[in-house]
Design a protein around this ligand. Structure first.
Ligand SMILES: *Cc1c(COP(=O)(O)O)cnc(C)c1O
Length: 344
């Protein structure tokens, strides 16, 4: 049985005897080998940390379980978050389990269907804002400050605390810290959390590579982007809230931020599902796209163990999978000969 993040990593988390024992079985996600991608990247081993296997299908659950438990401990009866989708799905599920009223504010028109379905199913109140994620986050931060309602975005330090546990799992599973860790970067909370986790583990630390989409790459250009655009909606963010800590992670680890095009993201997304057997959402393919790009640009990963963090499940965004695939033909007659011919 999975113990969940709070029970398993209690000694490393800001828990008290009054923190409720909340869990939906988050954490303990697998490292999956991807040998054909490793060959093309030129590393010794490539491991996919598949965070899509968390209860609501993304890494957000690791931090959300801590944030919601701490909100309950503080006496909260309702909570709010802004979301590109996965934060709202996770917040809605953990709030449901904890008996907290959940409010989510999503940007108009850009949220993958599966994520919205989850928030609806878990009974969250959903408000669609005419504006992008950055606008939604700035509004809910103001509302939280004004009303005292619990804020569940990754600006909540408990989110980062929970998310850092993925670094512990990686070191434990490999028996050592990998040479390189590659992540997609949107609001930049996750790369900050991994870096914190590795720093708490000891002096041996990985090089942190953060990948953004070309149309939403403020950490690459060095300035916020007013109208971020990418098919990878989970990282369609123009002004990351954890900018400073993400830059520290990059600088102190000797890493880098780089941008990958939507075409590169989709190519990596297809390779992950068709070669490695791992179906992630488009944003999650960005680190693999980025590693392939760096290898093409002659950066050497020879002899390295690399972990790419696949942040969310492919079923979150079925439309992207259908759009990226070869066309499915029309229905055929229910006839053995016709079927045999169709399968040739
Ligand atoms: C939230 C999210 C990201 C971005 O993480 P940040 O902490 O905002 O940088 C990437 N991929 C998926 C699937 C996400 O849900």
């Amino acid at each position: 049985m999975k113990r969940g993040v709070l029970a398993r990593w209690a000694a490393h988390l800001p828990l008290t005897p009054r923190t409720p024992h909340l869990t939906l079985g988050e954490g303990d996600t697998p490292l999956i080998a991807a040998p054909t991608l490793a060959r093309d990247i030129g590393c010794a081993e490539l491991w996919l940390k598949f965070e899509g296997q968390n209860p609501t299908g993304s890494f957000k659950d690791r931090g959300m379980v801590v944030a919601v438990a701490k909100a309950v401990e503080a006496g909260a009866h309702s909570a709010v978050c802004a979301s590109t989708g996965n934060t709202s799905a996770s917040a809605a599920a953990y709030c449901a389990a904890a008996g907290v009223r959940c409010n989510v504010v999503v940007p108009e028109g850009k949220v993958a269907l599966g994520k919205l379905a989850q928030a609806v199913a878990h009974g969250a109140r959903i408000v669609v804002l005419r504006g992008n994620f950055d606008a939604a986050l700035s509004r809910v931060r103001e509302i939280a400050q004004r009303t005292g309602i619990a804020l569940l975005n990754s600006v909540n330090p408990h989110r980062i605390e929970g998310q850092k546990t993925a670094a512990f799992e990686i070191a434990e599973a490999l028996g050592e810290v990998p040479h390189t860790v590659a992540l997609p970067v949107g609001n930049a909370g996750n790369i900050s959390a991994y870096w914190r986790g590795f720093c708490e583990l000891g002096p041996r630390r990985p090089v942190m590579l953060g990948f953004q989409a070309t149309g939403a790459a403020p950490l690459v250009s060095g300035a916020p982007i007013a109208e971020p655009e990418t098919i990878a909606t989970a990282i369609r963010i123009g002004n990351p809230a954890s900018w400073k800590t993400a830059v520290e992670a990059q600088r102190d680890s000797g890493g880098l931020f780089a941008a990958v095009t939507d075409a590169e993201i989709l190519a990596a997304y297809r390779r992950l599902s068709s070669e490695a057997g791992v179906f992630c959402e488009p944003a999650s393919a960005a680190p693999v796209a980025g590693l392939l790009r760096l290898a093409q640009e002659k950066r050497s990963f020879a002899g390295q163990t690399i972990v790419a963090v696949l942040t969310g499940h492919g079923l979150k965004d079925p439309q992207s999978a259908i759009d990226a695939a070869a066309e499915i033909g029309p229905a055929i007659a229910d006839d053995i000969g016709t079927l045999e011919a169709a399968l040739q």
